[in-house]
Design a protein around this ligand. Structure first.
Ligand SMILES: Nc1ncnc2c1ncn2[C@@H]1O[C@H](COP(=O)(O)OP(=O)(O)OP(=O)(O)O)[C@@H](O)[C@H]1O
Ligand SMILES: [Mg+2]
Length: 382
């Protein structure tokens, strides 16, 4: 008997488009099945780019499900680029015209109006976490990437916005080397290890320095929030640049619900510099939620903990700010090599001690719960 489209849709209803991360069926990407000669079933699947850069991931998520459904003795899928009309329909499905983009928001730098984004919405469930430090090289990006993966492993929908426009490093750390696909004017963030990511690094080559003044930088960050299809995120992590400059200002404006996590190394000097970003957050009225001490010790082959960068800085900073010390992450060569190779340690060695430390950090972030201050003005409509 011929297999119907309904049967195929029923079988595939839970399968997500790998980067849009919504069910293929819901997106209208499952075509009419072809009942071929010899009992073979071929299912056409619409793709938003042809060739699709993540074709293997798509096949790997669809084929086994179809095979398990035992609709036919042999099954295959056929990828077909969607038509312009289908793309338009998809775009309107992903971002209905009544959305936040239509509204505007005051721009803190220029006098033009900026555009508001989904994370500003009153009902947004997304927790926005700015990973910052006044100091460079303390491990903000490594923490962002590994915490994001740890949160994704717990079943959360997670995105990273690489806000370090001048010194972007997240694409390399996640091993992503291509630009986002487009659904008309909507950018679809590439996904690695279950984490969506947008970075200026997707649009410029590694060697090209980004030399921008504040307004341009602001515009880029605005685009990353408004013109990107982020989906329904539980967490948006911002990998902040070192220091307390324009990016923090823009973020304060565009992501008024951001919570701030401060990364520091254990020596007192680092902790004092990290404190600056904490004061900046206070000025922007962003809630400081916790301190992450990175490179806390090195565990030698002799089993001894070597305190290469001193000790106690994280705790001192946390006490001064009146917030918890959420984690102490040791110095391990695999964090650096994982970052350099595009395979973070939380993905390559998920049951290692260090991955467990990031898992514990993710749990601590969950336990903190969303900051309440910004909710005080909200009223439940009766
Ligand atoms: N716990 C750790 N153990 C070993 N290496 C680490 C650790 N944390 C970070 N590193 C390495 O230290 C270097 C700096 O880390 P990272 O890029 O994460 O810092 P950053 O604060 O984001 O720097 P920047 O201020 O330049 O953005 C990287 O090479 C990274 O792999
Ligand atoms: Mg960085």
């Amino acid at each position: 008997m011929a297999v119907s489209k309904e049967q195929v849709e029923e079988a595939l209803k839970g399968v997500l488009e790998p980067e849009i991360r919504r069910p293929l069926v819901e997106l209208g990407l499952v075509g009419d099945p072809i009942n071929a000669w010899g009992g073979k079933l071929v299912v056409p699947i619409g793709v938003i780019a042809d060739p699709l850069p993540y074709e293997d991931a798509l096949r790997a998520s669809v084929l086994p499900v179809l095979e398990r459904a035992q609709l036919a003795s042999k099954v295959d899928i056929e990828l077909r680029g969607v038509s312009d009309t289908e793309l338009k329909r998809l775009r309107n499905f992903l971002r209905p015209a009544t959305d936040a983009e239509a509204r505007t928001v005051a721009n803190p730098i220029g006098h033009e109006q900026g555009r508001s984004n989904q994370f500003m919405e009153v009902g947004s469930k997304t927790r926005v976490l700015g990973i910052s430090s006044g100091k460079g090289g303390v491990g903000k990006s490594s923490t962002t990437v590994n915490l994001a993966i740890a949160l994704a492993k717990k079943g959360h929908e997670v995105g990273i916005l690489d806000a370090d426009v001048y010194g972007f490093s997240v694409p390399k750390m996640l091993g992503i080397s291509r630009s986002p696909l487009l659904v008309e004017d909507l950018m679809i963030p590439p996904v690695a290890y279950g984490v969506r990511c947008i970075s200026i690094g997707f649009f410029v080559s590694d060697e090209t320095p980004v030399i921008w003044r504040g307004p341009m930088l602001h515009k880029a960050l605005e685009q990353f929030l408004v013109d990107v299809y982020w989906g329904d995120l539980d967490f948006l992590l911002l990998d902040m640049p070192p220091g307390t400059g324009d990016v923090a200002l823009s973020m304060g404006q565009y992501l008024p619900k951001s919570e701030v996590l401060v990364v520091t190394t254990p020596q007192p000097a680092a902790q004092r510099v990290a404190q600056r970003s904490a004061y900046a957050a206070k000025q922007l009225k962003l809630p400081l939620r916790g301190v992450i001490e990175n490179m806390s010790w090195f565990l030698g082959d002799d089993g001894k903990k070597y305190l290469l960068f001193g000790e106690g800085g994280g705790k001192v900073l946390a006490d001064e700010l009146g917030i918890p010390l959420l984690a102490q992450i040791p110095l391990v060569p695999e964090i650096r090599s994982g970052g350099d190779d595009g395979v973070p340690i939380t993905a390559s060695q998920p049951s290692s001690e260090i991955s467990k430390a990031y898992d514990a950090l993710a749990s601590a972030v969950e336990t903190l719960g969303p900051a309440r201050v910004y909710r005080s003005e909200l009223k439940v409509k009766g």
